[in-house]
Design a protein around this ligand. Sequence first.
Ligand code: G4P
Length: 522
Amino acid sequence: MTLKSEVSKRKTFAIISHPDAGKTTLTEKLLLFGNLIRSAGTVKGKKSGKFATSDWMEIEKQRGISVTSSVMNFPYKDFKVNILDTPGHEDFSEDTYRTLTAVDSVVMIIDATKGIEAQTIKLFKVCKMRGIPIFTFINKMDREGREPLELLEQIEEVLDIETYPMNWPAGMGKRFLGIFDRYHKQFVKFNGNEAETFIPYEQLEQPEHEELVQNPTYEETKDELALLDEAGDEFSIDAILRGEQTPVFFGSALAPFGVETFFDTFIDMAPNPKPRKTTEGLIQPEREDFSGFIFKIQANMNPAHRDRVAFLRVCSGKFERGMTVKLPRTNKTIKLSQTQQFVASSRDTVDEAYPGDIIGIYDPGVYRIGDTLLTGKDNFVYDELPQFPPELFKRVTAKNVMKSKQFKKGLEQLVQEGAIQLFTGHPMETYIIGAVGELQYQVFEHRMKHEYNVDVMLESIGERIPRWLELEQVDTTLFDERNLLVKDREGGFLVLFKNDFALRWFEDKHKDIKLIDLFEVN
Ligand code: G4P
């Protein structure tokens, strides 16, 4: 098969949602359709822990989450699907954001009974900001939820995106009759646990559907539908691919209802791997020579080996196990012989991979997040991964001052790996760790203890609003604990504001000082 046709088969996406919205349930159903598993319940042993395949850290076991089985691939019809997991809010880390740089689209699941939940807004917004095509699945229509129109309005308002309902629900909960599939022009009848039935619009008038058509809920929905056709946004695949419109599907992951139609349509519309920006301009996925970039490094997946695995997104050419690649950052060549692919809950050796695929490569400590690996005559690197501003900050010290050497070494390595962000106080040199989620601190503490043999003390300075300063010199007397002056690793100054009020007060008082919000820059 040619490289071009391999590229056209790839669909690489992340599912983003608030915990409990139904991500696991939906993923299981997709795997079922892909015939990858015979019965649902094997994606992750969330409740029972029975299927947890990796126990690289006690944290993982304690919390019942699977940090490591974060990539899955499976065949679906003619396609090869790669799903990247993004942990939900409290398990949030910068990895979550970085994962989004490795996908071509996202599926956003929203619980119809709850709407968009506050903790997930930032994740959704990052997708919108980066122009990633967003496909929305509104789940749990078998339960009494919010009004569909209200849900659409919320998505439009929060994400500043157009919505196009691909289908429209007739009732919900106990009154749920099914959906008008606007895209395929058919009514899909909800039959509880039984398989759904598909009735083309023109057949709805036939006598056997009389009961359905005369149902008051059906009647009401037809009126809503007419209104939508008249006043709603026009469907535009271009706008979807630019990330300016989201197609919205209503359904139930549990039933399952509307899942297969959703996925078939998604597979049809979701983009294949696209050209990506590098220092030498755009690189096409069809470029003969292999290239890719590392977006995540996972330590200690196997406690017996203390190994690290770098997650690489293939961007061009064909990857073959054992191939020798260049690492432009260090000018070294590396033979990639220990590689893994991630299939549902197991990790298999991968012999070849194509653009869009994610592979795990053994990392003896040579890689950094954002590294480009490539073959061929050219020498380029993929665009730097955006740095996401942390929101939580803690001061860190070694419990035992005698261990300061190991402490600094551990700190340095974990920062390089991208596990945490490090800031130093100014002018007093204290260490402050920034993270986007609490889990990052737990991982940090655990790894400092087990890998560097250092017990650390973390003292929270709370959630902070970081703003960067474009100044080489600063008047340190302007700052105190409420607006804490620190330096980042490159020596750039930033201020950690205690709250919105402190930020506004400072802005008011020092109009001449420009404050930069990295979230807006990225
Ligand atoms: P998550 O991965 O996003 O955290 O969510 P998960 O799929 O685990 O689903 C969370 C809960 O919502 C589960 O119930 C699940 O059965 C339920 N759920 C998922 N999709 C639907 C749906 O379409 N309709 C309804 N009514 N419920 C749905 P649980 O009681 O927490 O767990 P379990 O004991 O059923 O596994």
